[in-house]
Unconditional design. Structure first.
Length: 234
């Protein structure tokens, strides 16, 4: 695991490692990518803001998409057509037969209830901390068993988030089965760091560290020029 002061520094290290030191070259669904398995890093001073790189053009793209995504997360919107119109046309390719998507993290974390009347994943985690500051039960499940079905194009990438209060600080770890460094991590990390800040405020703790682990951290070959541009090597 590597440690970094800021999210920007962590992100650039991820790009550098994938461009210059990939562990594997794999080709899921016939799409070549550079990959590192069980990639793990920690940010010591995490702040919920859009990432900055050596490419101003790419930074602007990331800021626009992050703003659109945050709006859609806040609304809990599940219609693929709305995601395609407001965020990226890519979402139209992931629609379920009923026209919905699965990966609205706002819906999965703040709105969905496994049993009517029961707690949402967010409520469970917050209440666990408020009951017992030293709890090890404050986790937020994101990916669900029903996503594991043949033909599901929108396989949710995030498995869970875990919150721990230690030494008066709230720490958050996100675990992902798969993370695209260019089209995923660039937006996932700022939003998840925002959840750390939100939970800290709701339980009355100081903000601690943010840790991120991806079972497959990867960079598609088609996006290598983009990553190099963000590293200032393009």
């Amino acid at each position: 695991m590597t440690e970094h002061l800021t999210t920007n520094a962590a992100y650039r290290r991820v790009l550098h490692d994938l461009v210059h030191r990939p562990q594997y070259v794999s080709s899921p669904r016939g799409l070549p990518c550079r990959e590192i398995v069980d990639y793990h890093f920690r940010v010591l001073d995490p702040r919920p803001e859009s990432l900055l790189t050596a490419s101003r053009t790419r930074d602007e793209v990331m800021a626009r998409y992050l703003a659109a995504e945050e709006k859609l997360y806040a609304s809990g919107e599940l219609r693929a057509s709305v995601w395609a119109a407001e965020a990226s046309a890519f979402w139209g390719k992931l629609a379920n037969p009923d026209g919905t998507i699965n990966s609205n993290y706002g819906h999965l974390i703040f709105q969905r209830r496994s049993i009517p009347g029961e707690r949402t994943p967010w409520e469970w985690a917050r209440e666990s901390i408020l009951r017992d500051t030293d709890t090890r039960q404050a986790y937020v499940r994101v990916a669900l068993p029903e996503h594991q079905r043949p033909g599901n194009a929108d396989q949710v990438c995030t498995l869970h988030l875990n919150f721990l209060v230690r030494g008066g600080q709230l720490h958050c770890t996100t675990v992902m089965r798969s993370n695209d460094a260019v089209k995923g991590l660039a937006y996932d990390m700022p939003w998840f760091v925002g959840l750390l800040h939100r939970m800290a405020a709701e339980v009355g703790a100081a903000v601690g560290t943010y840790s991120h682990m991806a079972h497959s951290m990867h960079l598609y070959e088609r996006d290598v020029p983009v990553a190099m541009e963000m590293l200032g090597e393009g």
